[in-house]
Every structure is written in C-alpha cells, then in structure tokens.
Design a binder for this molecule. Structure first.
Ligand code: SF4
Ligand code: SF4
Length: 598
C-alpha cells in the first residue's frame, strides 16, 4: 500500500488518479504530500474551500475560449475580440476578467494566431498542415470492471497535457502547443517534456465529465472507442510565449521515441509523486485541504499568539484562500490593479526591469552563490566576482554592484559562524493565519542559527544614501512581515534572547547593518500595525481599480492598463516630462489592436 498522506484529505476515495504536466515537475518549491493528494481528484473534492473571487483568476481562460470561438465556432479574430471585450472575458458565463486581463488577452490572441500562421506557412521538410482538434488527448489505463483496485487503491489512471491541439487531416502528425505568460519556455524538466510528448503521441480523443451529485470530476470518456486508424507517426510539442509571441519546438519525434523518453524520464517521477508523503510548507499550502490541520505548516495558534497572526477579523466576503507576501503588500499599496494583474494573474511585461531592480537582483545572485559555499570566513577575502555576473547592466550600474558586493564582505553574517550552525540561503518561510485562512510567505536572503537563536538577514541594495532615519519597518514592510513570521514554527522555538532580524543596507560607498528584536512588544505592535494598514484594505478589496501615479512608469502591467498609459502620456506632455515607455513586445498583426493611449 502506498504511503500517501491520508490525513490531509477528508474523503477516502482513491479510485481515480489523474496527472497533468504540473505534477511531473518535481519542483522543490512544491509540497510532495500535496501533489500526491492533488493527483487523486476524488480526495480533494470532498474538502472544497469557499470559492469567492470577484474576477477570473485563471489568466489563460479568456484566451483559450477566444481561440475556441475562432477554431471551432467559425468566428473571425475580430469577432472573437469583440465578444471578449463585450462580455469582459466571460463568453457567456462565469466571473468577469479584469480590464487589464482583457487587454492582455487581445494581444496574446493576436500573437498566437500570427505565430501559428507563420509556422504553417514555413513548414519544415515532411511537415503536413495541421488543423485544430477540439477533444482533449488523454492517456488512460483502466483496470477491468470486475478487477480489484491496485496497490494504490486506484482503478483508473489518466494522464493529460493542457494546451492547444492540432493534427494533420490524415491523423499521422500531431502538435501540442504549451502556453506560457512571458516568452516561450526553454527550461521544462525532462520529465515534463516527455510527459507532454507521450500524451501527444498516445492520447485518445476524450470528453471530460462531471458528477454533479457528488460534485467531483468523472473519468474521461473516449469519444472513438472503436477507432481502427493508426495513431500519429510524428509528433511535435511547441512552446509558445503569450507575452512576446515567441515559439520554439520543444520536441519533434516519433511515438517510439516519446515512449522511450517517457519510460526514462517521466515514469520514475510519477511513481515518486504518487507516493509522496513529505510535507513541505510553501506555495502549495494555498490550495491544500490540509492547511490548518497539517503539523508541518506553522500556525499562529499554539504559540501563545492571539489566534490570528495579523490580528485582523475575517472580511465580510470570505475569499478563496490566498497567500500574502511582502511583494504582494507592496504591489497592492502601489496600485490595486497592479497587484491583481502582476501578483494574482502573474502577467508581466517582457520589458526589462529598471536598472536599480536589475542591480539588486544581480547582487543578490552573487551573494547567494557565495553563501551557498559556506566558507569559514563567509564572503570575507573572496575575489571579486567575474564580470559576467553583471552582464546586461549599464557600466556605471555594474560598477556600483561590484562595489556593493565588496562592501558586503565586512558585514557577512557567515564570517566565523561555527560549523555546526545551520545556514539556509533563500529558504521559504511559511505560516498560516487560521482566522483569515491566509498563508503568509517570505524568502529571507539568509536564515541561520547562532548559539540557539535564529537570525533572519535581509540585504537591500540602496542608492547613494543608505539610511536616512525613521522607522525601518515602515521603510521596509517586508521586515514587518518578518517580525510576525519569526514568532511562528521553529523560528519561535529558538532562544528568543539571541534571535533577531538584521537589515543590511548596501550602498556603493558605504554599508551598515541594523538589528530588530522581534520579541519586543513595541516592535510586534508596530509590525502588526504596518501589515494591517495594507492588509486590511487588501482583504476587503473586490474592484482592483487602477490608481495611476508614480509606480506606473515601472509597472509590469503598464502595457495593458489604459489609465496608466493615459497618465504617462499626460505626464510626457508636461515640460521636461519623460516619454511613455514603449510596449514590452511589438504587437502582432492579426486584426485586433490595443486602444490608443491619451
Ligand atoms: S498544508 Fe502545506 S505542508 Fe501541509 S501537506 Fe498541505 S501543502 Fe504540504
Ligand atoms: S500602470 Fe499604473 S495605474 Fe496601471 S496598473 Fe500599473 S500602477 Fe496601476
């Protein structure tokens, strides 16, 4: 019998096992126990959470429906865009899409149709033209009706691959297009690539089903059970980037090659995934039915804290469980629309970030790598990093970044740290607020023990003047969140007299370190106050209005935000005003276009 984590689910039905591509990734950020439960859809359906959301949260849904309209219902691209805009992405049912998502979808649709047309017109040797396929391809393994379930308790195994499907008229060639938000993905793990190829090569055309009485999915139904035609002899998996219209052929092979790679790369991963039992708190907790009951997910309850970590009451309209990080709070404080589009929907422009942000990322990457090596003197005495560490940065910014790394050496917390102390670089810290049904997440630059206490180190690269006084928690709200998180789980179990949060401010000409005692009542009160000031409105938010202002210039959602572009256009007309940043990616030309700004 497998050791799947039975206590995390509230029902006991193991008969159906279904694995889509995300379950084949073995991403260290995922919780193995949660993936094992997720692969058993009849388990999680029994413990569904409240599901109120004002807007669509699956960002690719309007794009997929618009493509369905064009590919299967005879609409022109212009008609599909008209319906998309008129129905606000609903296409007849469900929640509306945010205006920004509608605009993003218009652009992504244009790019997709354009790229597919280009690939069709420029086929390689032996490639046949392909047509859209409406039915899903699913690989099914079903035990005979009267057979007992297998050792996992399963009767039906299904493998799926979510994307757009195309096939030649004679069925000998198939293509699966996998969609990403930004550029075409280049780094899918081998197991995922082989899983996609296998479904494309061997998937049967299937219809999904839903059991309304039991409120759970049914196994797929094969639409042509008596098919005698041979399957494809050649398959391709194409990665497509909705953000810039790039496409790349990830796989081009025969079914025999797909079967070989599936056995080599995917099967071992699927076996490990299905039997996974390790509990690893993190982003998975947001959709896990075990949150609140799982011993691995620290909760404010049980550590002498008031029942809720943040200390706010449940909002009037209870939302689907969400995560909350310092980046979420910052984005929401900048502009609610920016938060919804970039943090919830994960839409990001492919335009390069501003130089200060890129400098910070480059310095972080160098320091993380140095800390991973765990030298006795930490970063002290290390040679300057290779110039390639600063590639892509303007020369003066690269010089500043190199100077910051040099200044860090004198403040490195690993210098003379005893070898028995624990060091975690960029580790995920997660805690659960049971009152708000909220998962708080953070990733400290460095977390380490020192003589029984825990030290949380954040490093910030700053401009010329590293610190100008005032409340450090107000200036850096992520430290306020850190104060709350230090009071949960194993961090709270450390020696409180020796536990602290450190802020390292790195300038190119000077650097300094500030300390915060998370166990001081006044520090806790201040941290809670700072988090509540943004989290309170965030919890009640249902509109996600665009609030144009200073953040628009660097906003990753600017390309799809009419208010932001109008604001910058007006700004550019003022004497000395900066020009409006160009779009992150050139729009394609398939009939739909973005409304003009200003
Ligand atoms: S609550 Fe979090 S840590 Fe626990 S099983 Fe679920 S996802 Fe894993
Ligand atoms: S461009 Fe400005 S108004 Fe629009 S989402 Fe971004 S910050 Fe908000």
């Amino acid at each position: 019998m497998s050791n799947w984590p039975r206590p995390l689910a509230t029902s006991d039905e193991l008969g159906l096992i279904r694995a889509g591509l995300p379950l084949t990734r073995e991403d260290p950020a995922d919780c193995p126990a949660h993936l094992a439960v997720k692969a058993r859809p009849w388990l999680t359906a029994a413990s569904r959470l409240p599901a109120y959301d004002p807007f669509l949260t699956f960002a690719l849904k309007p794009l997929m429906t618009a493509l369905d309209r064009i590919e299967f219902h005879g609409r022109s691209p212009a008609e599909a865009v008209e319906e998309l805009r008129r129905t606000r992405g609903r296409f007849g049912r469900g929640r509306p899409a945010h205006d920004g998502l509608v605009e993003w979808t218009v652009e992504a649709l244009d790019r997709f149709l354009s790229r597919r047309r280009i690939l069709l017109d420029n086929r390689g040797p032996g490639e046949l033209p392909t047509e859209p396929v409406a039915y899903e391809w699913v690989v099914r393994d079903v035990l005979p009706v009267h057979a007992r379930p297998d050792a996992r308790g399963a009767h039906v195994y299904e493998r799926t691959a979510w994307g757009r499907r195309y096939a030649s008229a004679d069925g000998t060639q198939r293509e699966l297009w996998l969609l990403s938000f930004g550029s075409a993905k280049k780094d899918r793990p081998d197991a995922e690539v082989a899983a996609a190829a296998s479904v494309t090569a061997f998937g049967r055309a299937c219809r999904p089903g839903y059991d309304r009485e039991r409120d759970r999915p049914e196994p797929y139904t094969v639409v042509d059970p008596h098919r005698s035609a041979p399957g494809p002899s050649r398959i391709r998996v194409i990665d497509f980037g909705c953000g810039d219209g790039t496409a790349r052929t990830t796989v081009d092979c025969t079914p025999a090659e797909a079967a070989r790679d599936f056995g080599r790369y995917t099967e071992p991963v699927l076996t490990r995934m299905l039997d996974g039992s390790e509990r690893r708190p993190g982003r998975s907790c947001v959709e896990c039915s075990g949150a609140g009951r799982c011993s691995a997910l620290p909760s404010s309850a049980g550590h002498g804290e008031q029942a809720g970590l943040i200390g706010l009451p449940l909002p009037v309209r209870v939302r689907t469980r969400r995560s909350l990080s310092a980046s979420d709070l910052r984005a929401y404080a900048d502009c609610p629309a920016k938060y919804h589009l970039t943090r919830e929907l994960k839409l990001r422009s492919v335009r390069p970030e501003n130089p200060a942000v890129r400098r910070g990322r480059a310095v972080d990457a160098v320091l993380n790598e140095q800390h991973e090596t765990r030298r006795p003197r930490g970063c002290r005495g290390l040679a300057a990093p290779d110039e390639s560490a600063w590639s892509g940065l303007p020369p003066e910014i690269a010089l500043a970044a190199a100077a910051m790394v040099e200044r860090h050496a004198a403040l490195c917390p690993l210098d003379r740290l005893a070898p028995e102390e624990e060091v975690r670089v960029q580790a995920q810290v997660t805690a659960y607020d049971p009152v708000l049904d909220l998962v708080l997440v953070a990733k400290p630059d460095l977390l380490h023990t020192r003589r029984g206490g825990w030290v949380w180190r954040e490093t910030k690269t700053v401009g010329r003047r590293p610190y100008e006084g005032g409340s450090v928690l107000v200036h850096h709200p992520q430290l306020a969140l850190a104060v709350l998180l230090m009071r949960t789980g194993e961090l709270a179990d450390g020696d409180r007299r020796r536990s602290r949060i450190e802020l390292e401010l790195l300038g190119s000409e000077s650097a300094r370190r500030l300390e915060i005692d998370p166990w001081q009542p006044s520090v806790l009160a201040s941290a809670r106050d700072i988090v509540r000031r943004t989290a309170g409105p965030w919890l009640e938010e249902t509109v996600y209005r665009a609030v144009p202002g200073r953040p628009c210039r660097d906003c990753e959602a600017l390309d799809w935000c009419r208010e932001g572009r109008e604001h910058l256009a007006a700004d550019s007309r003022r004497p000395g005003g900066a020009p409006v940043p160009p779009p992150g990616a050139a729009p394609a030309a398939c009939g739909a276009s973005r409304p003009a700004a200003g």
